[in-house]
Design a protein around this ligand. Structure first.
Ligand SMILES: [Zn+2]
Length: 440
């Protein structure tokens, strides 16, 4: 408890790696079955193999089935599932819902793992690894691993799945926290990159209140307040705290207990030796302190500069439905401006200086709109009600022609650059902002 975030991470990783060395089996009979297709690069296949084989070998004694690991577009995922006769959702995929924008996604349900479309792209003629994508691949693999330990909670094939707070998958902070923690920790264990820390914000770039992020019980029931990311953030730190104090095996035992039919609170207290309520109290105290001290960020790796917010949206009272409702927030839209030095240094600023999850392509697409495309000359509005500051008769911007069609926003103007400059208004990540036909 009385440690810094950095000490917490170092302790958790030390114990994790020691425990993994004790249980790993490099002659594991269970294998990953890897399928790749464009735009996944052949140069990155050894990376995907390192992650897939490394995680299967590390958790071998907990596994019962080979793991289909698919990298490429979501259409390719569907092709593989169909041609191999593997289980699918109603749409022929493994996400459980139709995936419109596949650039920033990954899924692990129905017994197979989609690690995302690629691990990086070609930049200036050579293959470039996007480090966050390595953690996403490991995150999705971890979901398959805990689902093999507790198949009843598997989101696609399990026998007691459901939206209840204590369905037998456990609460969201638990399994998504595992995805986030092991996603980062395993890429370090396998020698690919160091465990990254960061300052948490919601998908519009706003800071989240520490008290809110510290309340795991509240997050369990109100999982979507910050577009669903808060359970990932807080769950990762909860997982660090559990493994630093108890080691890996008792945490894996929680899934074994769930598979034995224990409800989550009992599954937790039986292996951790602490009631769930006590753990939530401990976590709240600890998390409030480290958040107040330094956000989440103490190491240099992956850290943005941390400025404690002076004013915060009231996360308990209102559910933000896009950036427009946060006007007047000092940490608001102005912080969504792109980093000037990045824009200056990058001709392709729309793809190089924007967050990965927006999936903005290198090759810009523009309709015949006549508006200037330099970042500096694009009017950065704070909400869609100000769109007339850019021009009259506009009904939204779409990142590509394809995104416009998929969102059904036929009246939106296509411009990759305008979308990139205004991406913070795209709360539902459909690639379209300020369209009356596809509102956020
Ligand atoms: Zn996940």
């Amino acid at each position: 408890m009385d440690v810094s975030r950095e000490e917490l991470i170092e302790t958790a990783l030390y114990k994790l790696f020691k425990d993994l060395d004790g249980i790993r089996n490099d002659d594991c009979k269970i294998k990953p079955l890897i399928y790749t297709s464009e735009p996944f690069l052949d140069e990155h296949l050894p990376l995907l193999e390192t992650i897939s084989y490394g995680m299967v070998q590390a958790f071998c004694s907990y596994l019962t089935q080979d793991i289909p690991v698919i990298a490429g577009r979501y259409e390719f995922v569907k092709e593989v599932l169909a041609s191999e006769g593997l289980p699918t959702d109603d749409f022929g995929g493994n996400c459980g819902n139709e995936v419109i924008q596949d650039f920033a996604s990954g899924c692990a349900a129905f017994g197979s793992v989609w690690t995302g479309i690629q691990l990086g792209s070609i930049r200036e003629g050579s293959a470039f690894v996007e480090e966050r994508r390595l953690t996403i691949a490991a995150h999705e693999l971890m979901h398959n691993i805990h689902d093999q330990i507790n198949p009843r909670g598997e989101p696609g094939l399990g026998s007691c799945r459901g939206p209840s707070n204590f369905s037998c998958a456990g609460p969201v902070w638990f399994y998504e926290g595992a995805g986030e923690f092991f996603g980062r920790a395993m890429t370090q264990y396998l020698g690919l990159q160091n465990y990254a820390t960061f300052v948490p914000n919601d998908r519009s770039g706003y800071f989240l209140a520490g008290e809110y992020l510290s309340d795991l019980d509240f997050l369990t029931t109100r999982r979507n307040k910050a577009f669903g990311v808060e359970n990932y953030y807080s769950g990762q730190i909860a997982m660090e705290l559990l493994i630093a104090n108890r080691g890996l095996l008792p945490v894996l035992e929680i899934w074994e207990n769930l598979d034995r039919g224990l409800p989550f609170p009992e599954a937790f207290s039986d292996s951790i030796g602490l009631s769930l309520d006590s753990f939530y109290d401990i976590f709240a105290t600890f998390h409030n302190r480290i958040y107040a001290e330094a956000g989440y960020c103490e190491g240099k790796i992956g850290c943005d500069p941390w400025t404690p917010p002076t004013a915060l949206p009231d996360w308990y009272a209102t559910i933000p439905e896009g950036a427009n409702q946060n006007e007047g927030n000092p940490n608001g839209p102005s912080s969504n401006r792109l980093d000037e030095s990045c824009v200056e240094a990058n001709e392709l600023w729309w793809s190089r200086c924007t967050e990965l999850e927006y999936g903005i392509p290198d090759n810009p697409e523009n309709g015949d709109h006549g508006y200037p495309l330099d970042y500096q000359r694009i009017t950065k509005i704070d909400s869609c009600s100000e769109i007339e500051l850019i021009g009259f008769n506009l009904d939204g911007w779409a990142v590509t022609f394809d995104a416009r069609e998929k969102a059904g926003a036929s009246r939106a103007t296509v411009s990759t650059q305008y979308y990139a400059a205004l991406r913070y208004l795209d709360a539902n990540l459909d690639g379209v902002v300020c369209s009356s036909q596809a509102p956020d």
